[in-house]
Design a protein around this ligand. Structure first.
Ligand SMILES: *Cc1c(COP(=O)(O)O)cnc(C)c1O
Ligand code: SF4
Length: 466
């Protein structure tokens, strides 16, 4: 978007009505006098004044929200009282990943709470400029596993397609920060063409995950161009969209968008709610519209220190998500991307969270906790141990309460090929049987790392013997 468009869209909010009600004039609404509920957004001060100044029509217009994003320390100073050192900090950390907070998402910040989970996801901190020894620019090797720019093909049957680097809001914990927000714009049609060509000539890809950046920052037309081209590829069975828009810009979910999306079923959408405070009536409304369009919704949270690293927060979040027809799908361990070490927890925290979910609440509210392997190994599920011991006749398990129980294996515990599965077996691609299945099917006796000292020693013996 051009800077003039940006300027003119913002002009109305710079009027005297909007700016006089600055933070020090922030009047606590009456509910503030009670103990604030966890889910009660701190909509006080500047943002409500801005909202009434621009009117509901602008406020509910996603393009206005996008154009009016808070991107500088000066703008942020209108929303929150910033000390001089805070604004210096902010300017420094903005060099690592741009800031852009929709007025809607900013309205959820509790200006009086320095620990506010919305604030921490949206506003840069000086810690982002610190690079830990273990930090990596591209920890998941998304660029290494990329046959053409904008596409990562890691798993046998699916790929991710990065259609834009623009997001509704730039999350301070973003793992793809080497890419997100670099240009704040959509990928060029030529590059999209190259990605489509790759997908079309790679028939084993049956699932394409459209992501970015955030694909829902594209206009309906541009997004439809991507979806319709994918649908035209006969080997693509399902399309998925990964987006944070329902969380940070719910007004983007319009009737027209839903009418367009439902033409491309089977289409799945995964969103990223990280904290119950994000589950506002607006966000719930956006999810309801998508669900009503027949789109199954999943949630992928990121485990973030000081934001949601608590089993009770996740229990509450996931239960409420089910109420919004959003199925918790993954909890991600925070990656080794640069400048986000302050958001990282121990892996054990994720295990603990699953411990508090499984059995304690609906199974539908229990996602898979995954560590995305540094070096491009993909997602590795990690969970509490439920199998305590086993013999050839019995397996000893423990349940969520810590009760030990024993399962007696059947006398005849061998499965036999049924014949009906033979055809499926014959048709499956060799890469489907890599790893453990290779060992199971007797196609290998062992799997060894590429560089093994034992191998080098053997080679040396052979050479010495010649
Ligand atoms: C996460 C991811 C996918 C999708 O993984 P699922 O487990 O199928 O949701 C695909 N490709 C890449 C590169 C990914 O990181
Ligand atoms: S929406 Fe996703 S890609 Fe964009 S900044 Fe947030 S985490 Fe990163």
């Amino acid at each position: 978007m051009s800077s003039t468009a940006k300027r003119s869209a913002k002009e109305p909010n710079r009027g005297p009505e909007a700016s006089k009600d600055l933070p020090e004039g922030e009047k606590p609404p009456s509910s503030r006098t009670k103990t604030p509920l966890l889910h009660e957004p701190g909509r006080a001060g500047y943002i409500p004044a801005l909202r009434s100044a621009v009117g509901e029509e602008h406020w509910n217009d996603w393009r206005w929200q996008l154009q009016s994003r808070i991107t500088t320390a000066e703008e942020l100073g209108r929303v929150l009282p910033l000390s001089r050192s805070e604004s210096v900090t902010l300017r420094k950390s903005l060099n690592t990943l741009r800031m852009a907070i929709t007025p809607y998402y900013a309205s959820l910040i509790d200006g009086k709470d320095p620990q506010c989970p919305i604030r921490k996801q949206a506003i840069p901190s000086l810690q982002e400029t610190l690079i830990a020894p273990s930090d990596l620019l591209d920890p998941l090797h998304e660029d290494v596993d990329s046959p053409v720019p904008g596409l990562t093909h890691r798993y046998p049957d699916r790929c991710i397609l990065l259609v834009t680097d623009q997001c509704g809001m730039y999350c301070r914990h973003c793992t793809r920060r080497r890419f997100a927000g670099q240009n704040d714009q959509a990928r060029s049609p030529e590059q999209i063409d190259a990605c489509m060509d790759y997908i079309a000539r790679t028939p084993e890809i049956r699932d394409v995950l459209v992501t970015g950046g955030d694909p829902l920052t594209l206009s309906d037309d541009r997004l439809e161009a991507v979806l319709s081209r994918l649908r035209a590829i006969p080997t693509v069975e399902i399309i998925r969209i990964g987006t944070r828009i329902p969380v940070v810009l719910p007004m983007r979910i319009t009737g027209e968008l839903c009418a367009m999306l439902k033409k491309y079923h089977p289409l799945w959408i995964n969103v990223q709610f990280n904290h119950p405070k994000e589950l506002t009536p607006e966000a719930a409304g956006a999810c309801a519209m998508l669900a009503d369009a027949g789109i199954p919704l999943g949630n992928q949270s990121v485990l973030l220190k000081g934001i949601n690293d608590c089993p009770y927060i996740f229990r509450d979040l996931n239960r409420r998500l089910l109420g919004m027809r959003v199925r918790p799908y993954y909890i991600y361990q925070c990656d080794l991307s640069r400048g986000i070490e302050h958001f990282r927890t121990a892996i054990g925290k994720g295990v603990e969270i699953i411990e508090y979910l499984r059995g304690h609440t609906s199974g539908l509210a229990v996602p898979t906790f995954v560590v995305d392997a540094p070096g491009g190994g993909g997602k590795i599920p990690v969970m509490p141990n439920y199998v305590l011991s086993s013999s050839d006749r019995k397996t000893v398990l423990r349940n969520f309460e810590g009760v030990l129980c024993v399962y007696s294996e059947p006398e005849d515990n061998r499965s036999r090929c049924l014949g009906s599965c033979k055809e499926l077996c014959r048709r499956s691609a060799p890469e489907d049987r890599e790893g453990i299945p290779r060992l199971f099917e007797g196609n290998a006796l062992s799997i060894e790392p590429k560089e093994l000292h034992r191998d080098r020693r053997r080679t040396k013996w052979r050479r010495d013997g010649e």
